[in-house]
Design a protein around this ligand. Sequence first.
Ligand code: NDP
Length: 282
Amino acid sequence: MAQLLKGAPVAAALSAELANRSDALKAQGVTPTLAILRVGERPDDISYETGAVKRCEKTGIAVKKVLLPAGSTSEELLKAVRQINGDPAVHGCLMLRPLPDADAEWAACCMLSPEKDVDGVTPSALGTVFTGRGAGYPPCTAQACMEILSYYGIPLDGKRAVVIGRSLVVGRPVSMLLQRRNATVTMCHSRTADLPAVCREADVLIAAAGQAGMVDASYVRSGQVVIDVGIHVNEAGKLCGDAAFDAVEPVVEAITPVPGGVGAVTTAVLAKHVVEAAERCL
Ligand code: NDP
């Protein structure tokens, strides 16, 4: 049986000091505050928002929701970002993505103040991820994968890491963060030839393709660590990941469950970034 790399203890360790740090900030007249910018009513967004709000409540962070109707124009989105930028009470912004209009989304990411970018969406934060320099925060999900690997003491130095996915949200940043920890990284995508064979070469396999159950027994071998980033609702209405858990778990050394794996850690990383951003304001 594989070791289950549960997210809850990682999230607890990350959040441990946050409530105290929020109290210390409040004693100095600063309430750490996260703005959540959501366009429309996508169930995925609402589900993530609910988790983020709960985490903020537990860690003493105030939440200000900025809600725009589905079909809002690019100008309306940019106006909302400008208002968040100009609101001195807001220390961090979580923009729920993807937005239907990718160009409008990128324009909004570029407009967000770098100091309020707690989810690594601005070019400035991505620059930090790629160069290892600067004060930007990495995207929370990519960082959550790294926190899990660190918490469970998974060695990365000189190890082979394979990442399925090359999005700016997960695949690309986590590849850079793994490389910074001296893993040898292969970043895969929908055009990668013989993906199962590439994945079997991994010591650490990060599955972030957004395809339910895609990683089956043919993608894995014994001794591997699998970090499953995917979140989907299957035909039975249950949450599942990119890995076909029942097929993969008996083969590998360790695996994150879905639910209860990466998702649980992502909101803890977000809360940590918000408290840090508020501390930087002082
Ligand atoms: P995207 O759709 O933006 O990117 C998916 C990537 O996977 C793309 O690079 C795509 O390749 C690649 N891909 C898709 N299908 C295949 C395939 N069959 N074989 C190989 N590569 C493939 O998704 P995100 O990066 O935003 O999210 C990935 C997953 O992570 C989703 O399930 C999402 O729900 C989940 N997620 C979880 C979070 C958490 O907190 N746990 C937070 C954010 C996301 P190409 O570039 O060629 O199209």
